[in-house]
Write a protein that binds this ligand. Structure first.
Ligand SMILES: Cc1ncc(COP(=O)(O)O)c(C=O)c1O
Length: 422
């Protein structure tokens, strides 16, 4: 790397440098003589590298404490504050005989009472008959969707459900899987009616429709209109009770509902929001600072920046901890790099996570974030926008905003490409 560049974002061991380098197509001629198996793998990886969409495993700036965490899923800051570690170690010392190795599959010889007690506690908290702990949320979705639908059943799913739900649905015995438009109650009703019309056994209540939704969608930050969906399901099933819901609460557990038990528990309790006031304050601070900023109207007029959840934010009973910011598509990295240069780490969300042309930056608020950090973040978004406006209006000779420009100088020197480079 050129020694004249002093930008801390570009430190050799840093995440940004590693990530940008990992996305470059390897043109090493020697690789052409590698065995077919490896060449084919490289070819597949190059397709991803070519669109900078290869998942690279790096340690992000917020993890190394070089940037404020507006990115992680540690929403309640239990990890960064050490709370979860303390409780984990306390629990271990309370149960000195606790086995940290399973010794086998649970369905064979690897079960033990502690897990069963924990599952029973979780189930009781959720008012459920039983609970099952899985290794990950991904596994849970694969298991549920592989196991629950019976031959003759139909799955109806929101267009934006997580990849793990799709994995599970692929393996299910359902005769059909039908998507409805994201969070769209009319589309949901039409989809159900069309299935009931075309499937006599479902109409007669002899087979079921199983609905896949999420309480909070992590790439949009919006909430499922679950109560409306349940009402529609009851109405169109005419008392058969053969439309059932599976609600993925990955992004609401701990955050909404009594004691943070999630949206399903929340709706059972008269729309009362429990705790998590600090995250509500942060979200409110964000929307207030954003929508009262003098440049906010021109941001939208010029199509430079949109924040879908800003519409009607004051009327919503609660605000989610996830907000997406959509700069004009070609500027995604310019804004990302600007915020990173100010030590704010937000997540760029792009293909293959979302479709091409729908890239966005995702901001997540955590218990440990402060209102001052949030207002500073909003201020920096507009500082960046002013730079873009100056460039677009020809008020400056510059072709690119400051932070992105610094990264692109280094990339040019290194012969690297992509990431919105001009
Ligand atoms: C809605 C949803 N379900 C399931 C998963 C899978 O979670 P995990 O990575 O913990 O297995 C995710 C991951 O982000 C998710 O967003």
């Amino acid at each position: 790397m050129n020694g004249s560049i002093q930008n801390p974002m570009l430190s050799k061991a840093g995440a940004l440098v590693k990530h940008i380098k990992s996305q470059q197509i390897d043109r090493d001629e020697a690789k052409k003589s590698h065995p077919t198996f490896y060449r084919n793998l490289e070819e597949a990886l190059d397709v991803r590298r070519g669109t900078q969409s290869l998942f690279s495993i790096v340690q992000s700036n917020w993890q190394t404490k070089n940037a404020v965490d507006f990115c992680s899923n540690d929403y309640l800051s239990w990890n960064t504050t050490g709370l979860i570690r303390t409780h984990f170690l306390d629990e271990l010392s309370r149960y000195p005989d606790f086995s940290v190795a399973a010794g086998g599959s649970r369905v064979m010889e690897g079960n033990y009472p502690y897990i069963e007690e924990t599952e029973a506690e979780i189930a009781a908290a959720h008012g459920a008959e039983a609970g099952l702990i899985t290794s990950s949320a991904f596994d849970a979705n694969v298991m549920v969707w592989t196991a629950l639908p019976r031959p003759g059943d139909v799955i109806v799913y929101d267009a934006l459900v997580h990849a793990s739900t799709h994995e599970g649905m692929e393996r299910s015995l359902a005769i059909r899987k039908t998507e409805f438009l994201h969070n769209d109650v009319d589309s949901f009703r039409e989809t159900l009616l069309a299935i009931i019309d075309s499937q006599p056994l479902i109409k007669q209540g002899k087979r079921s429709i199983i609905v896949a939704v999420e309480s909070i969608y992590s790439m949009e930050g919006d909430v499922c209109p679950l109560l409306d969906l349940v009402e529609i399901a009851e109405e169109v099933s005419h008392g058969h009770g053969n439309i059932q819901f599976v609600v993925d609460e990955t992004h609401s557990t701990g955050l909404i509902g009594p004691k943070g038990y999630g949206l399903v528990c929340e709706l059972g309790l008269e729309a009362e929001i429990a705790g998590q006031e600090s995250i509500q304050i942060l979200a409110r601070t964000f929307f207030e600072a954003l929508t009262s900023h003098p440049l906010w109207p021109s941001a939208q007029e010029k199509g430079l920046l949109s924040v879908p959840l800003a519409a009607g934010w004051e009327e919503r009973p609660y605000l989610t901890h996830i907000v997406t910011v959509w700069p004009r598509q070609k500027y995604i990295y310019w804004l990302y790099l600007h915020l990173l240069s100010c030590s704010f780490f937000v997540l760029p969300v792009k293909q293959p996570i979302v479709p091409v042309g729908e890239s966005r930056l995702r901001i997540t608020f955590h218990a440990e974030n402060t209102p001052a950090q949030v207002t500073a973040l909003v201020e920096q978004i507009f500082t960046w926008m002013e730079e873009v406006m100056d460039i677009e209006q020809g008020k400056t000779q510059k072709k690119v905003t400051r932070a992105a420009g610094e990264v692109y100088v280094w990339m040019k020197q290194e012969g690297l490409r992509g990431f919105g480079m001009v």
